[in-house]
Design a binder for this molecule. Structure first.
Ligand SMILES: Nc1ncnc2c1ncn2[C@@H]1O[C@H](COP(=O)(O)OP(=O)(O)OP(=O)(O)O)[C@@H](O)[C@H]1O
Ligand SMILES: [Mg+2]
Length: 245
């Protein structure tokens, strides 16, 4: 099924009326969101509100119960995860999942496994090492010996090795020191400037909205509010969801 906005160009990603369940336990209810080429969008919500489930469904790790997921206007809901990488969707999982007993360089190389990424692998490798010089310095070191912040950079860099059009990142700032957060923010700016769209999950509302063009706020598996980042900054629904006010 094709979906065209009124001006005729389909969105990079459209999630439509998504419902997701784990067994009999439904956790996502009628969630819709979209991302255009080059946008930076944040998905906010308290613990357990379904943020990871939504992006895990987009990348195919969790199946769609009802609703649809479209890339460039075409449904991908039934496709296996590896096909979604070919379509340009990369996913950096929660809690910086790197391969602990492979080196930094090996982790990065593995990020470029699909055909288009493989062809550009050496060039992309240099690019991500320019973005995070520490990764070049530590290229021969086993990933588990990196600090938490360095592992988060490695996880993000590995996502970029897939040469995505959309990079989905689950809680990139979790547990990072202020100085590392600044470095990550700069990396997001660098990624944005190359035209890659970013969808990221974050619990720190102010930090997330200061970086994003737009935001979506989940509450108990339903979309509570969405809009331009600036308009959400002092939105009463956002305050209610996060502060119970
Ligand atoms: N594999 C799973 N099996 C069963 N239930 C799950 C599974 N993963 C998540 N859930 C449940 O689905 C709901 C949404 O979880 P999800 O991880 O998507 O939330 P989240 O917003 O990412 O939370 P957090 O901020 O804690 O990461 C929760 O009630 C959670 O317990
Ligand atoms: Mg989560």
């Amino acid at each position: 099924m094709w979906s065209m906005p009124t001006w005729g160009v389909p969105m990079l990603l459209e999630v439509k009326d998504l419902e997701v369940a784990y067994g009999d336990f439904q956790v996502v209810w009628g969630v819709s969101l979209n991302i255009d080429e080059g946008e930076v969008v944040t998905l906010l919500g308290p613990n357990g509100s379904g943020k990871s489930t939504v992006i895990n469904t987009v990348s195919g790790l969790v199946p769609v119960l009802r609703g649809d997921i479209l890339v460039d206007g075409a449904s991908i809901a039934g496709q296996p995860t590896h096909n979604r990488a070919h379509l340009g969707i990369a996913h950096v999982l929660e809690r910086r999942r790197v391969f602990p007993y492979l080196t930094v360089q090996q982790n990065l190389i593995l990020g470029a496994w699909h055909r288009d990424a493989k062809a550009a692998r050496d060039e992309t490798y240099e690019h991500v090492c320019d973005m995070f010089p520490i990764l070049r310095d530590r290229s021969g070191q086993l990933a588990h010996t990196l600090s938490g912040g360095e592992q988060q950079m490695l996880a993000l860099a590995r996502g970029l090795m897939a040469k995505p059009r959309l990079l989905m990142v689950d809680e990139p700032f979790l547990g990072l020191a202020p100085q590392i957060i600044e470095q990550m923010k700069q990396a997001f700016e660098d990624i944005r400037s190359t035209g890659i769209a970013i969808l990221f999950i974050e619990q720190n509302v102010r930090l997330a909205l200061s970086m994003a063009d737009r935001g979506y706020v989940l509450e108990s598996g339903r979309m509570a509010v969405s809009g331009k980042a600036k308009s959400l900054m002092n939105h009463k629904t956002v305050r209610r969801v996060f502060l119970g006010a």
